[in-house]
Ligand binder design. Structure first.
Ligand code: NDP
Length: 333
């Protein structure tokens, strides 16, 4: 098996030299274990947190051990009656070409006609996060006006479509013209946040949605949060999903200067971690899976090729190089 490790916990924005490719001969398969050839690997922003060396809601990666992350592949050998060679599965032993795991840690792909990598994006953890954030956390109601940051990414691109389907005005923040073109093609108003002060961005949001927002779906933090706070309606809800603009910070930064808007607008701000909601994943798949298979929900992917592309693909998330879900396709994918 070929896999990636990190040699140390990085400070600030990681460089490519952090990652080391290694190789091991896998031990013979034990009873109850499954061997899988991975075809698609996921890279996700939360992995930066696991590289900080500090336990948050999840343990840090172990130095010099294979990194972990979502992956899909097919079974090549099985000593568990639940799996046969050829079965398509998902699991968390990513960042490698061949995985060997207890069968309990392996999940068969649901029987819905979508490309297998969709289980890493729109129908996987990121999609589940968008659905949970809007419904369970922000209590989205028909006609709500919704603002989403990192709106063309894996989470954001489903969030904007679900929000649009509920009937209000939807505005998405995105960092490139191609991303904003995709948003507009979905009937979503797209706003560029780059190189703007909170005041400038507030003005742009006000002209995109003069009545203000019932919901802010927060993926970014910083200036985006500050501008969003200025544009809330009375009784607004903020679902705090992520704050990617802060993940590589080395020093603490001042919070938004206008947090009093929470008071003035009688708003509620709630963070959430998707793992706490995983019991509802089957309900998400039942509701959203058929709509993806029918083409009613669209999704985009940015694909890098080969195991060696994985570290760079991960770093590119912080440069905004991805549109939709960032994925690595392996040789047999
Ligand atoms: P994306 O596919 O959205 O990729 C990341 C995007 O973030 C980039 O494409 C870029 O888009 C934007 N971005 C990167 N750096 C910055 C920056 N400095 N300032 C502003 N925008 C930036 O990733 P995901 O959809 O997987 O994740 C989106 C967010 O959701 C992240 O914050 C992530 O941590 C969070 N998350 C939280 C979960 C939870 O359980 N709470 C679960 C899953 C994800 P652009 O070019 O538009 O700026």
């Amino acid at each position: 098996s070929n896999y990636y490790t990190i040699r140390q916990y990085p400070q600030g924005t990681p460089g490519i030299e952090l990652f080391e490719r290694q190789q091991q001969v896998l031990p013979e398969l034990k009873d109850g274990e499954v061997r899988i050839r991975n075809s698609w690997l996921s890279v996700d922003p939360y992995m930066r947190g696991r590289m900080s060396g500090v336990k948050t809601y999840v343990d840090p990666f172990t130095l010099n051990e294979p990194l972990e992350g979502a992956a899909v592949g097919h079974v090549i050998e099985s000593l568990d009656s639940r799996f046969q060679p050829g079965d398509k599965v998902s699991h968390m032993a990513g960042w490698r070409d061949v995985a060997q795991l207890p069968a309990d840690a392996v999940t068969p792909l649901p029987d819905i006609a979508v490309p297998e990598q969709a289980w890493l994006g729109v129908l996987g953890m990121p999609g589940m996060t968008a659905w949970t954030g809007l419904n369970a956390i922000a209590n989205m109601r028909d006609g709500d006006n919704v603002l989403v940051s990192a709106a063309s990414g894996a989470v954001g691109s489903l969030a904007v479509q679900l929000a649009k389907a509920s009937g209000g005005t939807v505005v998405g923040l995105a960092g490139s013209q191609a991303k904003r073109d995709w948003l507009e093609s979905q009937g979503i108003k797209a706003v560029d946040y780059r190189n703007k002060t909170a005041e400038q961005l507030t003005e742009d949001l006000r002209s995109a949605c003069p009545d203000g927002f019932d919901i802010y779906y927060e993926n970014v933090g910083g200036v985006c949060l500050e501008a969003a706070l200025n544009c809330l309606k009375v009784g607004a809800r903020i679902a705090v999903c992520g704050m990617i603009s802060r993940y590589n910070d080395t020093e603490s930064v001042a919070g938004p200067s206008n947090l009093a808007m929470i008071l003035i607008r009688r708003a509620r701000m709630q963070g959430f971690i998707i793992f706490d909601h995983w019991d509802e994943y089957p309900q998400f798949v039942a509701e959203i899976g058929p709509r993806v298979a029918a083409g009613e929900i669209s999704y985009t992917e940015t694909v890098r090729h080969g195991l060696d592309a994985t570290p760079r693909a991960f770093l590119e998330l912080f440069e905004g190089a991805n549109q939709g879900k960032m994925l690595v396709q392996l040789e047999n994918g």
